[in-house]
Design a protein around this ligand. Structure first.
Ligand code: NDP
Ligand code: 2IT
Length: 453
């Protein structure tokens, strides 16, 4: 009986994935994200055949709405440029759509869908009432003037505004979208609609932003890691850490690691990495990246003891105790994972979305590496976005200490929920399954209650 149920749950998952592949050609990242989640859900479907009966999986892999639009703008030379804009409103079972906007030349529908799909489960894990969405554009902010970025953002919002709202869909930042872009987007939304509402998060502190949102993803990642290490009788103090990327998530993960007595010895960007055995001087990275918007290789001009190497992949060859991939999807492949393990790395926390390939995750699992999967470990950013929405609704602001304490508690709760769920389903230590199952259950129960919609 049990094995018949297993077969049918397995067959159901295979069928949904097959339909997904047929319906979404040329979207490998989306298929990768769906496969990882759905394969974890087989034991859930065995316990809850009612989820199969009402087509929860068929519905959860199909976005509620996908918007693709033209974004025309004029560059500083007076030349007309055209980019493509996206917003995928994936699932609103547990709250208004919520998720970031990514501006990067690699953006296409498949990337936005993988991110939007992940966001459903991540947002559920925060315990806060937010649905899943993602958006963005193939616009490349690198090398653009502030004026160009502003005109692009205004054009982007001139189309997007009709699809979003404080109780409908609340975008935020992601790669290439930080405080500057959110400011321009917010200004244009307000100008068009006349509404002063919490329609975006990651806003500046002077116009409705929340303290700690800037730091939240990186800090949250380290709070998650700290709790995972604590359960294993370890701590961050005294550990050597490598952090890939040098953007928002990487910078504030590094800041918190240093605060807790760890030492980050390497950071990167898409061109290369810097290695500083005495510990990265974060003030220099902030100056180069946040103020000057330059490349990480500039770091060695300030600190001649550091070494710069071309090729961002080389960072995984550096000896460390803990690795925090905080740049982009699939940045750790099987070879990089094996190198990390060989060099003694015992814990990996995913700050970026889907930074480890399935083969890399397998290597980590086979070697008993403590692993914080993205949708759990990097949920601190969107959780603090939800706290920003709460403050906007209350027309009130909490102090830094208040928001930080809530963020920390949320990350500890996420780790405990993930760990407990993995145990409940007979897979102790399997944080990937724990995160996927725990995130799924809340959404699936809400979808059950709301009928076939
Ligand atoms: P930023 O734009 O601030 O920084 C991105 C960093 O990653 C840069 O150092 C960038 O280098 C590097 N990077 C981007 N694309 C690539 C690539 N294709 N190959 C190599 N390096 C790359 O973005 P964030 O720090 O906000 O985002 C980093 C990751 O964290 C993303 O995966 C994002 O989805 C995820 N995330 C972000 C959250 C947030 O609140 N911001 C929340 C949860 C997850 P370069 O300058 O050379 O492009
Ligand atoms: O991937 C993510 O969770 C984010 N980019 C943050 C989304 C948000 O709405 O704060």
């Amino acid at each position: 009986m049990a094995s018949a149920a297993r077969e049918s749950a397995q067959a159901h998952v295979e069928r949904v994935m097959e339909t997904g592949r047929r319906r979404n050609p040329h979207a490998p990242e989306f298929h990768q994200a769906v496969k990882e989640v759905l394969e974890s859900l087989v034991p859930v479907l065995e316990r809850h055949p009612e989820f199969i009966e009402v087509g929860i999986l068929e519905r959860i892999v199909e976005p509620e709405r996908q918007i693709i639009f033209r974004v025309p703008w004029v560059d500083d030379r007076g030349v007309v440029q055209v980019n493509r804009g996206f917003r995928v409103q994936f699932n609103s079972a547990i709250g208004p759509y919520k998720g970031g906007l990514r501006f990067h030349p690699s953006v296409y529908l498949g990337i936005i869908k993988f991110l939007g799909f992940e966001q459903i489960f991540k947002n559920s894990l925060t315990g806060l009432p937010i649905g899943g969405a993602k958006g963005g554009s193939d616009f490349d902010p690198k090398g653009k003037s502030d004026g160009e970025v502003m005109r692009f953002c205004q054009s982007f919002m001139t189309e997007l505004y009709r699809h979003i709202g404080a109780d409908i869909d609340v975008p935020a930042g992601d790669i290439g979208v930080g405080a500057r872009e959110i400011g321009f987007l917010y200004g244009q939304y307000k100008r068009i609609t006349g509404l002063y509402t919490g329609v975006l998060t990651g806003k500046g502190l002077s116009y409705g932003g929340s303290l700690v949102r800037t730091e939240a993803t990186g800090y949250g990642l380290v709070y998650f890691m700290e709790e995972m290490l604590r359960e294993a009788g370890q701590s961050i103090a005294g550990k050597t850490v490598i952090v890939s990327g040098s953007g928002n998530v990487a910078i504030y993960a590094t800041e918190k690691i240093h605060e807790l007595g760890g030492k980050v010895v390497a950071m990167s960007d898409s061109n290369g990495y810097v290695y500083e055995p005495d510990g990265i001087k974060l003030a220099t990275v902030k100056q180069i990246k946040e103020v000057e918007r330059k490349r990480i290789k500039e770091y060695v001009n300030h600190h001649p003891t550091a070494k710069y190497s071309e090729s961002c992949r080389g960072i995984w060859g550096i000896k460390c105790d803990i690795a925090l991939p905080c740049a982009t999807q699939n940045e750790i492949d099987e070879e990089a994972a094996r190198l990390l393990v060989k060099n003694g790395c015992f814990a990996v926390g995913e700050g970026a979305n889907m930074p480890s390939t399935p083969e890399a995750i397998k290597v980590f699992q086979e070697h008993g590496i403590l692993f914080g999967p993205a949708k759990a470990a990097n949920a601190g950013g969107v959780a603090t976005s939800a706290l920003e929405m709460t403050q906007n609704s209350m027309r009130y602001s909490w102090t830094f200490e208040e928001v930080d304490a809530k963020l920390k508690q949320i990350m500890v709760n996420i780790y405990r929920n993930v760990s407990k769920t993995a145990k409940e389903y007979g897979m102790p230590g399997n944080t990937v399954a724990g995160a996927n199952i725990a995130g799924f259950l809340k959404v699936a129960n809400a979808m059950m209650a709301q009928g076939i919609v």
